[in-house]
Write a protein that binds this ligand. Sequence first.
Ligand SMILES: Cc1ncc(COP(=O)(O)O)c(C=O)c1O
Length: 443
Amino acid sequence: MTMLSFARDYADSGISRFHMPGHKGVPLHGMESIDLTEIKGADFLFESDGIIAEGERITADAYGAAATCWSAEGSSLSIKAAVCILQRYFGRPVRIASPRNCHRAFLNACTLLDADPVWLYPDRPRTMLCECSVSPDEVQRLLDSDDKIDAVYITSPDYLGGLADIGGISAVCRSHGVFLIVDNAHGAYLKFLGNDIHPLTLGADIVCDSAHKTLPVYTGGGYLHISKNAPPGFVQLAKPSMALFGSTSPSYLIMQSLDLAARELSGSLPEKIRLCCERTARVKALMAQLGIADISAEPMKITIDANSAGYDGNDLADMLREDFMECEYSDTGAVVLMMSPYNSENDFLRLEGFLRRLPKLPPKDRISEAGLFALRPEKVMTLRQAMLSRCERVPVDMAEGRICARTAMSCQPSVAAVMAGERITADIIKILKKYSILEADVL
Ligand SMILES: Cc1ncc(COP(=O)(O)O)c(C=O)c1O
């Protein structure tokens, strides 16, 4: 039985609802009749052994995972649980190496669990704000020089569609006896390409997917996957770790859509994903013909390099809006477009028409990110100490020499100019102002 059919049967039964939620199935919004709480037969997310467990098992099988836990609170919950699994496994605060383009959820996890991130700075400066993938060699050098690191944490894909060499990084981690966690929030679909490049397949021990970003799932639906190669203890620790941070009232609507998606994933959805990637590849080919650069390595995402086409990214996003298209993200340099099998052919044709009509302009100078990547802020205290301290907000011009109390990023997740616990310098202030961050929280 699917969770949706359970909810529909319940709604049709005419039973008197003397339980939460307060809407009692009466429509204000439209979905109330099938929005339930954890009543008898509906199962409990964090102690699932009924219809939720069945849907999770179908999902795990589709991904080849030892176990998959659903999240009704996105990857934000799965990421906190992932760090918690490690902490409970080792029985002490863990040291995790990560590039600085991590999502806030990872910083929150480190804060709450007092895990200590070791920042992995790439050898050569990257050119885009959200891009910070490190190479296997860079990871190797760090692990050779620091034998106290318990895990490596990689964000791949990054927000702009950059992909890290997860296979190479996982081989390095394995050879050092270090675990690999991948924030694959943007890549739940990567399992279902002709060549499976999901991080779990490529050797990660724990992977966090935002199912809702690329699959037909309501906003908030996500996965925490545990690899078959991870220690068995990880599976046992997964649910209690999700429960430590998750709400005791997970949305039944989100879980129903996770359940339906699980069944689609073991049915026709993989083929639809492949077709969508083929269709996206045709748009990418057209862009190449037209001389418009796409800097996304992802097959279901296009990132228009606006500057090389002669535009500011935010202006280009406005032009798309005028043609009735909304992007996922834009900044001065780039415009990110996310596709899925549920985009219509008309959507693709509209985009292609726009690209064909786009007047060619001389390339615009890209705002250099070199200053951001050159920063190596001094760590004065841990994230936890800084984030849980009393702080005040001051204009950034007044912040020189003070200790940052809240990590400052220009967008989520981009490379942070300064993390909580680091000292703010004149160089950092220059970079913050460049990204229009004009106030800072300081201890
Ligand atoms: C790279 C990355 N990780 C994690 C998250 C958090 O995911 P969610 O919104 O599903 O909680 C996001 C959200 O945009 C993200 O871009």
